[in-house]
Design a protein around this ligand. Structure first.
Ligand code: NAD
Length: 362
């Protein structure tokens, strides 16, 4: 066994059908008596927020359905003002990474506790990472103050996620697990969680695509999302997350779709340098060890997920700029970052070229 450091972060998890019904008890444990329910503005966000507010009765001060992706600074200023003016004593998020992102930005300034009811598989609820976008640039930071104190994972809240979003959000979570396996600070615990996380999605996503109301499959996927979020919040990521951050931040590509397209190529790029991770991924995918990246590509395609950057709105002429940006500042990656090879990776991803077999020495 190699030397390792494992640092766990406290959080209280209530998992399972009907977990939402525990919300009154759970927010009182956090000392909330005048809570704000944060969601996105769409029909689904409003419905979910209304459901939570109804369960809370007098413990809910109001609903704040104004979360948008990437947390613009203007929305943070407005919401912090609202929170202070209304003497809010706690934040409840219902929805995906967007409401959680806004709550984290509010908590950064107010130190209010957060209870999260995640309804996608993005995993932000398990991390101390916040992000705020100002003048088109997303600034991120790490502060344990913003990490939700309690998380209620209720599979029933996820049956409305459309099949396509379920797939892309699921692969977003698989990406956290994959990079955790070859993380600079990977350790035996996170590696166990990561392999189990990938397995949960491999098992559940085909069933969800067939029947989005399959509660047992939804439960498996949400379990995978918890594991993916846990490893994302515990160990550092690498090339894949850097590429997705660049493509999302500078070229405005959609978050989960970008993760879905890029992941097989990031695996292929690192494969020769990450034999243990490749073994884990191949066990989880039940695939030939030499064809891990291609097997994941096939799985995504068979589930109706996007497999080319072209199909999600990326322009071929931006490949050069994206490669430059993603290689400009040094960061950890198991294989050295080589600009030529990154350009090739982006070109293959642009056209959706199935990744080839990994050289035999893995
Ligand atoms: P999101 O919260 O914007 O949700 C995506 C879409 O799904 C929205 O239109 C939303 O209304 C809809 N939706 C959510 N739940 C639904 C449900 N149950 N049924 C039907 N529709 C539903 O996006 P996301 O993919 O969950 O998260 C992405 C954001 O989170 C990005 O801004 C990303 O940077 C951030 N993120 C942050 C971290 C972190 O650690 N800080 C981790 C992962 C993601």
């Amino acid at each position: 066994m190699k030397r390792f450091l494992y640092e766990s972060q406290p959080s209280r998890i209530v998992f399972g059908d009907g977990a939402i019904k525990e919300i009154g008890k759970e927010i009182q444990l956090l000392g909330m008596k005048n809570a704000l329910v944060i969601s996105t503005l769409g029909k689904n966000g409003m419905e979910l927020a209304g459901k939570v507010a109804a369960l809370l009765g007098d413990l809910c001060q109001s609903i704040y359905p104004k979360a948008i992706q990437h947390v613009p600074i203007e929305s943070v200023i407005e919401s912090v003002e609202y929170v202070k003016k209304n003497q809010i004593d706690g934040l409840i998020t219902v929805g995906g990474g967007s409401p959680i992102g806004l709550a984290k930005a509010i908590a950064l300034e107010t130190e209010l506790p957060i209870l999260a009811l995640p309804t996608t598989y993005a995993g932000s609820e398990m991390t101390p990472v916040w992000g705020i976008t100002e003048n088109g640039v997303k600034k991120t930071g790490n502060n344990v103050i913003v990490k939700p104190k309690t998380i209620l994972y209720d599979p029933e809240l996820t049956t409305t996620i459309p099949a396509k979003l379920s797939v892309t959000s699921g692969v977003n979570s698989i990406a956290h697990c994959v990079e955790a396996l070859y993380s600079q600070n990977a350790n035996p615990i996170t590696s166990l969680l990561a392999e189990e996380g990938i397995k949960s999605f491999v098992k559940s996503l085909p069933k969800i695509v067939e029947n989005p109301n399959d509660l047992s499959a939804r439960s498996d996927a949400l379990y995978g999302a918890w594991l993916g979020g846990t490893v994302l919040g515990t160990v550092g990521m690498a090339l894949h997350h850097k590429l997705c951050h660049t493509l999302g931040g500078t070229f405005k590509l959609p978050h989960a779709e970008t993760h879905t397209v890029v992941l097989p190529y990031a695996i292929a790029y690192n494969a020769e340098y990450t034999p243990k991770a490749i073994q884990s991924i191949s066990r989880a995918l039940n695939s030939d060890i030499q064809d891990v990246a291609g097997t994941l590509f096939d799985l995504i395609q068979s589930l109706g997920g996007p497999v080319s950057l072209e199909s999600i709105g990326f322009n071929e002429e931006d490949i050069e700029k994206a490669a430059d940006l993603a290689t400009k500042n040094p960061y950890y990656n198991p294989r050295p970052i080589e600009i030529e090879a990154i350009r090739d990776l982006l070109e293959d991803a642009f056209y959706g070229k199935r990744p080839g077999p990994i050289p035999k020495r893995v």
